[in-house]
Design a protein around this ligand. Sequence first.
Ligand code: HEC
Ligand code: HEC
Ligand code: HEC
Ligand code: HEC
Ligand code: HEC
Length: 539
Amino acid sequence: MAQNKAYSTFEDAHFSGSGICADCHDGLSTSTGEDISIAKAWSNSMMGNATVDPYWQAKVAAELDRNPALSDEINHTCSRCHAPMANDAAQKNGDPVQILGSGGFLDPANAYHAHAKEGVSCTLCHQIADDGNLGTLEGVSGKWTVETYSNLVDRPGYGQYADPSTNAMRMRDNFTPRLGTHTTSSEMCATCHDLKTPFVDANGQPASDSPESEFPEQMVYSEWAHSAYADGGSKAQRCQDCHMPVVNEAVEIATRGTQGRTRNDFRRHSFYGANTVMQQILLDNSLAPTADNLAQAIQENRAFLQQSAELRILNAEIRDGTLSADVLILNRTGHKLPSGYPSRRVWVEFIVEDDNGEVLFHSGALNEDGSIVGVDLDQDNSTYEPHYDTITAADQVQVYEPIMGNTDGAVTHTLLRAARYLKDNRLLPIGFDKRTAPADVAVHGAAANDDNFVGGSDELRYEVPVGKAKTYRVTARLRYQTLSFGHIQDLLADDHLSEVATFKAFFEQAAIRAETLAEDRRAALPWHPPAAAEKALSQ
Ligand code: HEC
Ligand code: HEC
Ligand code: HEC
Ligand code: HEC
Ligand code: HEC
């Protein structure tokens, strides 16, 4: 099996490049010919591209520029999850942890440049130890442990299988495949997918005084843990079950050294996610030389996104000159929708047309630049759209999103200024009880008191004046944007920084602005009083 030349093949005392592993873990396929090569699949994922990601680089530059006194902290924190092998190897060797500029990880002259460019890679995930802290406050926010071994060959390649054949891997790359049941748990993902960050006040002085009081910037694992998908829950499914779908047949997991043994429960390393916008930016600007097939990964992620939600127009009728419709939105993911990084937002687009296709009402229309018509945040990023239960005007838009507030209670888009949420009406997963939710994953704003904003769903009413009764067509769509236009303006304003200017150019030319998660259409008919309706039926 010819190896993709772009894969990194560095080897040091702590980590190795994916190219070393691709030697035996690429070139795999199922009996029907599906390519299940591990490095290939991973190479297209956002985790494989976590450091080449130009948005991440720009945000690091801006946070450093705005909080110069915290530069050591920022360099350490931002590389801990996005360039974890570089961060860990540099620390173990007593070398400086610096991301940008000359001598930083992104500088090809840096000794850890190859480590950094691999993002979240094979030898990082597969060496994370079961140190007793996984899934706890001591183990989240990137506080994973990779042990240091005096004998290279003792370095583990933890996986889900008991009794692996060890010789081939030990001889080729000095890692020993080994059972580590923690790799199959959500707690392993939690180490990077629950993130609490310290914050500062307007004078740049630290304002959070303990890990507990830090700002819950990303709480995917805790959201999951409070839902029916948690271990033991009525819909129990772990992160891996949805994001690394299992192959339903026994396969050989390596091209060499397996001694012909096949294994069940092989998991695809596609790490399906939401960020098609960034994958398209990586593709269009050739920023991910290792990626095997980003175009296909975008297609697959789009299909994945279409399983993440359902939307139903429950009824639509015209009465006394007003068209009213109830829309039900269902979250089918294992956490909030959207979840993860605070630039993610989901919104409802609602359109009323007459028989000639003329649009009478349109809430949530998307502009070409990525802004949404009527959304306050996109006009002035110190404001935002409230959570609605009833929408009566086109400039009211239901946006499911987190809005961060600083220590003075004003909207902020700076990670290190974020002290609390002013709004968090992201759709809750099934089984999530907002009344008993831990503070870190609580609902904030009007959604907290909206009776039909509950675990798994929200119901939303539209009331649109249409005048004389005739038939109209109603369309409702649930849409998703990973790079919220309003949120990102704050970063783009710092375009005196070269990383920001570079990202700004990519963003302005981005070919994808949003994805559609779900859609429903329906005719809205004039309402008849019950008696008349009965008479009509009996005729
Ligand atoms: C505990 C791990 C962790 C730490 C520490 C961390 N991040 Fe992230 N970051 C993530 C994860 C996980 C995501 C992806 C979440 C998602 O897809 O919604 C992410 C996403 C992002 C994104 C969005 C990327 C995109 O393409 O949409 C940016 C920007 C970002 N992080 C910046 C930073 C900065 C700046 C720092 C340092 C202040 C930082 N991160 C520290 C885990 C971390
Ligand atoms: C020379 C071939 C070869 C190379 C190179 C190789 N592996 Fe393996 N790997 C294997 C074989 C063989 C097995 C065990 C197969 C079995 O028992 O079914 C295995 C198993 C694994 C397992 C499963 C362990 C378990 O017990 O569940 C992991 C994880 C793994 N390898 C990771 C890696 C990583 C990371 C690299 C790169 C540093 C790598 N491998 C490089 C051949 C290789
Ligand atoms: C984000 C973490 C992560 C990264 C990065 C990652 N893996 Fe894995 N890998 C896992 C997890 C988790 C499992 C086991 C899933 C389960 O059984 O629940 C796994 C399973 C495996 C297995 C067993 C066969 C299978 O696919 O189920 C092999 C072999 C393996 N990984 C090799 C690799 C190689 C090679 C790379 C780099 C190209 C890599 N992994 C990158 C998390 C990761
Ligand atoms: C070492 C830290 C780390 C670990 C461990 C980790 N992740 Fe990630 N993950 C990240 C970072 C960083 C990103 C964001 C990369 C970016 O967008 O720049 C990310 C992004 C993602 C995304 C979003 C992709 C998208 O396109 O929206 C998914 C899904 C994901 N990870 C799943 C998992 C799963 C499942 C596990 C456990 C098997 C896991 N991760 C373990 C750091 C990690
Ligand atoms: C029931 C299936 C399911 C489970 C379980 C699940 N996810 Fe997801 N996840 C999805 C779907 C579908 C999406 C795409 C829609 C979205 O972005 O929320 C997604 C999106 C994500 C994203 C991108 C978030 C964003 O909105 O940008 C991250 C990161 C992620 N998941 C991590 C995890 C982690 C970590 C776990 C375990 C704690 C997990 N997921 C459990 C289905 C699931």
